[in-house]
Design a protein around this ligand. Structure first.
Ligand SMILES: CC(C)(COP(=O)(O)OP(=O)(O)OC[C@H]1O[C@@H](n2cnc3c(N)ncnc32)[C@H](O)[C@@H]1OP(=O)(O)O)[C@@H](O)C(=O)NCCC(=O)NCCS
Length: 183
């Protein structure tokens, strides 16, 4: 899919106008700010180190290439001209699992709990079907109750657990795997 393509716009639960679209090169600084804000707040994501602008340039260049080649679908959420959420479904690399997509999503603090994540999940599932994927999987910290709620609402069910996968703030946390089959 092309970069910068508008897919949907809606009014969030707090009245803010939200645009869902594929990312574009001009999103670089917003995406950098988004990932680093998640690291700073110690969100339940794997990354613990901030990303440099150079590394983000490399990541976005790769992401836009994967988007164009339909290897990965990315959708960002834009509010008042700023990217406040990013998400993706990546097609498994090959072999016997090319029908499997791996999903990831993150919304900036201050823009959560107003329905943006739920709308992005719907969009990711819809596009996964168009990509011919049959199975979606994702992983989450077992402590991430809000994310798990949003995933269950989108039809994902818990299908696995890795005990003590993470060690965060002096505590072990399980990783759970969730799966959604696509018709
Ligand atoms: C998880 C995340 C993607 C969800 O997106 P969002 O835009 O906040 O989600 P929505 O506003 O669509 O929905 C939030 C839902 O969670 C519910 N919720 C909020 N806190 C909750 C909690 N502690 N336990 C259970 N449910 C909770 C809300 O009530 C709402 O439910 P409802 O739609 O049934 O009323 C977003 O919060 C986020 O990016 N968090 C930080 C990064 C992260 O955790 N990413 C996922 C890594 S696996």
């Amino acid at each position: 899919m092309k970069s910068g393509r508008i897919l949907k716009s809606f009014t969030a639960e707090n009245g803010r106008h939200v645009v869902l679209r594929t990312p574009k090169w001009e999103d670089l600084d917003d995406l950098l700010e988004l990932i680093n804000s998640l690291v700073e707040e110690k969100a339940d994501i794997i990354r613990t180190e901030k990303v440099s602008r150079d590394d983000e340039v490399g990541w976005l260049a790769g992401a836009l290439t994967r988007l164009e080649k339909d290897e990965t679908f990315y959708v960002v959420a834009e509010v008042d001209g700023q990217v406040v959420g990013n998400s993706e479904v990546a097609r498994a690399v090959g072999g016997y699992e090319r029908h499997v997509g791996v999903l990831g999503i993150a919304i900036k603090n201050g823009y959560r709990d107003i329905g943006i994540g739920t709308e992005m999940m719907k969009m990711l599932i819809e596009q996964s079907k168009t990509m011919g994927l049959k199975v979606l999987v994702l992983n989450a910290f077992a402590t991430n109750k809000r994310a798990i709620h949003v995933y269950e609402k989108a039809g994902f069910v818990r299908t696995g657990i890795v005990p003590k996968k993470f060690f965060k703030d002096n505590e072990f946390i399980d990783e759970i795997t969730m799966t959604r089959l696509l018709e």
